[in-house]
Design a binder for this molecule. Structure first.
Ligand code: C2O
Ligand code: CU
Length: 622
């Protein structure tokens, strides 16, 4: 916390609540905060815990410059660190003169502050230019882990992002021992600017963004075409500096907009995976990491001893490469960062490796995926148990397919069950509609049941609290050549149980047998981003054929409006998004008419600007 007085108060109120158990109760269906929502005026006496100021500017990147969305003047934006139990306000200023903005806290569950999820058209009106919005959330036990935040408007996430780390409470420690930690955020490099890219993706004729040029580490990358005279910090490999004989927790964050990255360190043997998407897992030794857009992995990494280093140094080696290769696309990008030792000379951030030092595996269903080796950590029970097949109340199939020449145009779109979803598919954000006129705005549940779970009237997938859904994604060959791609599907609102994946059409028998097998070793883990894989070679399928599936199971427990989408931002722009509405009108956080009114207009009373202090509902804070 920046403000010590506040932290003190938070500490006390949390302490009392902890003793009395009053902070937050999970009643088996949903979370219920104890205190009633109250309106406060956020004038100059209000001090947010963090401030993010978002601008657009020409910013140095990959040995050139690019007009980009930038947070607090830098790419990445600041790393945010909080603790379980913290009640947080983050003020986000949209200082962009001509574009709206929202920020999403990727992987965090906005259990009962549903206006804070940062999805325009779903959970809130976006922040208009030259306005600000105060995002509120409370972190629960079990939230400790690795997350990130990013713009959720247009293609902004390519540069507007930052790490978001949740630590245990002061009195608790992580279930693994390490000496220190480092954050490693991977992102993609695109040279064309955001509006250009989005214009092409949504345009008629369609124009692809192109593939990533490079993968950056913590905002740093050196274009493979860079020349020797270009040696500046904005044209240098990212560097991770470590001390000898130290065990680190490396937190990898898949902040890429497109790339699925396979990576490993040169000369350092295995790493031990301990956390995935904000959940500790049984430690597993791996020789490489596979990280898709939106996914996070923590590994334990043991640095070399002084003795080992001196042997290497005699051989002329005093720094090592982190090799990052993209997979799942036709074009493979091989990118690098440097692992340097603090007792060595200043690292060389400019000289490119003569040949890639590592041979990383290819993608393949047959040789399996890294995620196949992930098991829950028994000592860390989840906040709900894995729902057995008998508990599943409904199975929703979502078939995804790329459609060419939609309605005689030259547009290309991604459809879910025959329809794309775009931000402009609805006249106002769903949650706003729900609070404005709850009766007619709520999805028609019966209508949805008739259409495979999809309410054709509101274009949403409604579910009742307490239901146990199984969501089956299926990859359908595109309308032109039958090609399929890999899609890292991400869910807002809650984490789901990863109930497996396979080739061909989903089969209950096959899937359940795989799950039963997995149960013998501890069962599935919870994730918030998993892949609907392509089946390489991806070019030999038939239009309309189902070639692969991915299954999720989840208990519906957090009322609100939650996006589910492919985390490849290009695909999102092309329609690969869906909206779930959890809970009915009696489940939404009850707000008085006056309280709700603050949020119901674009640029309304909950949105501040230079001369106006916003009126804000405190969902969590007393
Ligand atoms: Cu990180 Cu809706 O996304
Ligand atoms: Cu996708």
């Amino acid at each position: 916390m920046l403000i010590f007085g506040r932290q003190f108060l938070i500490g006390i109120s949390f302490g009392i609540c902890y003793l009395l158990g009053c902070s937050l109760a999970y009643d088996g269906n949903s979370y219920q905060p104890s205190s009633p929502p109250t309106v406060y005026i956020h004038d100059s006496s209000f001090h947010p815990d963090r401030i993010l100021r978002v601008t657009t500017q020409v910013y140095p990147l990959d040995c050139t410059t690019r007009y980009s969305v930038v947070i607090n003047g830098s790419i990445p934006g600041p790393e945010l660190r909080f603790r379980e139990g913290d009640k947080i306000w983050i003020r986000v200023y949209n200082d962009i003169k001509d574009e709206n903005l929202t920020i999403h806290w990727h992987g965090l569950t906005m259990r009962m502050s549903p206006f804070s999820d940062g999805t325009p058209a779903a959970s809130q009106w976006p922040i208009p230019p030259m306005h600000f919005f105060d995002y509120e959330f409370e972190l629960q036990s079990g939230d400790a882990g690795t997350y990130f935040y990013h713009s959720h408007v247009g293609f902004g996430a390519v540069t507007a992002y930052g790490a978001l780390i949740i630590e245990e409470r002061v009195k608790d420690s992580p279930p693994f021992v390490y000496d220190d930690e480092r954050t490693l955020v991977l992102t993609d490099i695109f040279y064309r600017n955001d509006s250009d890219i989005v214009g092409g993706l949504m345009g008629d004729p369609f124009l692809w963004s192109g593939e990533t040029f490079n993968v950056a580490l913590n905002g740093h990358s050196r274009s493979p075409n860079a020349t020797a005279d270009k040696e500046s910090t904005s044209c240098s490999y990212g560097v991770v500096t470590v001390k000898p004989s130290t065990t680190y927790r490396f937190r990898f964050i898949g902040g890429t907009v497109l790339s699925h990255v396979f990576l490993a360190f040169e000369g350092h043997g295995s790493m031990t995976v301990i956390e995935v998407d904000g959940h500790y897992v049984s430690p597993v030794e791996v020789d490489h990491i596979e990280i898709g857009s939106g996914q996070r992995f923590s590994v334990l990494f043991k640095s070399k001893s002084i003795e080992e280093l001196s042997v290497d140094r005699i051989n002329g080696k005093d720094q090592y490469w982190l090799q990052m290769e993209t997979r799942t696309r036709a074009l493979i990008t091989v990118s690098f960062a440097v692992l340097a030792y603090s007792d060595a000379d200043i690292p060389d951030r400019f000289t490119k490796p003569t040949t890639p030092p590592l041979l990383l595996p290819t993608e393949s269903f047959t040789s399996g995926w890294l995620e196949d080796e992930l098991w829950p950590l028994p000592s860390r029970p989840y906040d709900d148990s894995f729902p057995q097949a008998s508990e599943v109340t409904r199975r929703i199939f979502i078939n995804v397919q790329q459609n060419f020449n939609v309605n005689g145009t030259k547009k290309v779109m991604w459809h879910q069950n025959g329809a794309p979803w775009f931000e402009n598919s609805v006249p106002e954000p769903y949650l706003v509609s729900l609070y404005k006129n709850s009766k007619s705005a709520f999805p028609d549940y019966e209508n949805a049941l008739k259409h495979g779970g999809y309410d054709t009237k509101t274009k949403t997938y409604p579910a009742k609290l307490g239901e146990v859904l199984e969501i089956i994604w299926q990859n359908v060959g595109n309308t032109q050549s039958g090609t399929v791609e890999t899609h890292p599907f991400h869910a807002h609102g809650d984490h789901y149980w990863d109930a497996g994946c396979g080739t061909g059409s989903y089969s209950e028998t096959v899937a359940e047998a795989m799950l039963q097998d997995r149960m013998r070793y501890g069962g599935p883990i919870k994730r918030d981003t998993t892949n609907l894989y392509r089946t390489p070679p991806a070019t030999t399928t038939t239009p309309g054929a189902i070639v692969s599936w991915r299954a999720w199971r989840l208990r519906v427990r957090n009322p609100g409006v939650w996006m589910v989408h492919c985390h490849i931002v290009q695909h999102m722009m092309m329609g690969m998004q869906a909206v779930f509405v959890f809970g009915g009108k009696n489940d939404l956080k009850p707000l008085t008419k006056e309280q709700a009114a603050l949020y119901l207009e674009f640029g309304g009373q909950a949105y501040g600007n230079a001369t106006y202090s916003p009126r804000v509902v405190h969902f969590w804070h007393d």
